[in-house]
Design a protein around this ligand. Structure first.
Ligand code: ZN
Length: 504
């Protein structure tokens, strides 16, 4: 017998996860104010039909109506076994459903054959045809005292308002992850199957709040002899959480090479790449929630995963997380539809790695406009005399002017030069002191600098490297520097990262 049937709750007290529904129903029964029509809505496998059957027993138990049906009397037993003539389950999605509704219209006027009340449980109620809804509506407008309807649906928005307004509505929740894990643990214990808790955690996550899905995954796991989380991941072709974390880190570092090799690893392991892409998007969604500390309560995840998410959320900026989330989510559909999901996902990753290097043009233009207004009048004039004081020379420009020129040709090189002290003039060459491991360690940058120096300064540049000392000035001190504060004010920026180069 499959687990979902074996462990189907037979009384309200055995129901897990839908306490709010159970409580209200029990009260209604106690007060004898039970409605004639109910609408149970919620995702699949959260107990709608199960609770409907218990309710049918509560209404019809020989010792009832009672919130605690005995499960021993003839009425209870027949309902449990699904052979009570007065309790009818109709699957509106099946072809037979249409006939059954027609029959229902005919039979509704007759009193129940054996039980106290007739109970009609209509599953997938949103699938009913218009005629069926009309027939149902007539009955609901003047319900016979001995009839109860329970409509169960995953898509309540498809039920006509006229019907909705005559039903008492109950919304069934997704099962919280942590409770689902606990539930699975209990069942494993009863079954005497020692499955690792981590494996159950994965099952609970995959089930996305559906108890039935969780139990059917557990059925598969048990029949395949799975014991560990790794065996489970292999069985279902799921990504190890570590792989997702690695990928997220590579993305945040904009390391496309690493992204591709992680994807290759996932591919080689035979993972379902669509699922992988979805998990990855979800990962960034979690980061986004966590970045906003008030959202912490929304994350129902194992502590080990939370710890990683927390660290990453501190390192990344909200804007970039948001962009990654957007790109991954947007690319998900492409990956899903592509005949070659791996290539499609590679493209999505490549796009994601470009994030952060792009600033919308209109933002830049607006900043420039703003800056123009903020530059004090007279600055241009006051700088003019100082230029005039220096005797015009055909062979050299000042270091500051040179850096400006470099900036125009190579922004990264220019920005780097700005962090250095001006070079020492040694007549035949300029001696520039540069920290080790700077971009000038790259030949292309060195060549570029030399050629620009020859062009504008008419001099050779000699580079002397030094090893930056370990004792860095505190980041806070740097952030507090007036020039930084001024820049923040003018540009309306925020500090994303402080990189330190200490000069000798
Ligand atoms: Zn009973």
């Amino acid at each position: 017998m499959v687990l979902a049937r074996k462990y189907r709750p037979q009384s309200f007290d055995q129901v897990v996860g839908q306490q709010h529904v159970v409580r209200t129903l029990k009260n209604a029964i106690l007060q004898g104010r039970l409605a004639h029509a109910f609408l149970f809505s919620g995702i699949r496998g959260v107990g709608k039909t199960t609770i409907a059957r218990i309710l049918a027993k509560a209404i019809n138990c020989e010792k009832g109506p009672t919130p605690e049906p005995c499960n021993q009397c003839l009425a209870c037993l027949e309902i449990t076994e699904g052979r009570a003539v007065d309790v009818q389950e109709i699957d509106a999605a099946s072809n037979r459903g249409i006939d059954e509704i027609r029959e229902l219209r005919e039979n509704i006027k007759f009193r129940p054959a054996r039980l106290r009340s007739k109970v009609y449980i209509i599953d997938e109620a949103h699938m009913l045809t218009r005629e069926a809804f009309n027939a149902l509506l007539k009955t609901l407008e003047e319900p016979p005292p001995h009839v109860h309807f329970i409509l169960a649906t995953t898509e309540p928005q498809k039920i006509p308002l006229t019907i909705l307004s005559r039903c008492q509505r109950y919304e069934f929740k997704r099962f919280p992850w942590s409770e689902l894990v606990e539930h699975l643990q209990n069942i494993c214990q009863k079954e005497g199957v020692p499955i690792e808790k981590e494996a159950l955690e994965i099952i609970a996550r995959e089930a996305e709040g559906s108890v039935r899905d969780a139990l059917s995954l557990l059925d598969q796991a048990i029949s395949s002899g799975v014991r560990t989380s790794q065996e489970l991941l292999d069985l279902f072709g799921l990504a190890d959480h570590l792989l997702l974390e690695e990928m997220a880190k590579a993305l945040l570092a904009r390391d496309l090479g690493a992204c591709f090799s992680i994807l290759q690893k996932a591919f080689d392991q035979g993972l379902d790449l669509v699922h992988f892409a979805q998990d990855l998007a979800e990962f960034f969604r979690h980061l986004l929630v966590l970045k906003n500390s008030s959202g912490r309560a929304l994350l129902d995840l194992p502590e080990s995963e939370l710890a990683v998410l927390r660290t990453l959320s501190l390192e990344a900026e909200t804007e970039e997380i948001l962009l990654f989330f957007q790109i991954l989510l947007g690319g998900l559909e492409t990956v899903r539809r592509s005949p070659v999901p791996k290539l499609a996902l590679e493209l999505v990753l490549a796009r994601a790695c470009e994030v952060g290097k792009i600033i919308p043009l209109e933002n830049l233009l607006a900043k420039i406009e703003e800056l123009k207004k903020q530059v004090p009048l007279g600055v241009q004039e006051s700088s003019a005399p100082s230029v005039a004081e220096t005797p015009p020379s055909s062979i050299s420009v000042s270091w500051g002017d040179f850096v400006t020129k470099v900036r125009k040709e190579s922004p990264s090189l220019g920005a780097f030069l700005e962090t250095l002290d001006p070079p020492e003039d040694k007549n035949r060459c300029l001696l520039l002191r540069v920290p080790e491991d700077s971009i000038l360690a790259e030949k292309s940058y060195r060549d570029k600098l030399s050629s620009l120096a020859r062009k504008y300064l008419k001099k050779e540049i000699e580079i002397e490297t030094f090893i930056p000392r370990e004792s860095f000035p505190s980041r806070q001190k740097l952030i507090e520097k007036p020039i930084v504060q001024e820049a923040l004010k003018i540009l309306g920026g925020r500090i994303a990262q402080v990189k330190l180069y200490e000069k000798e």
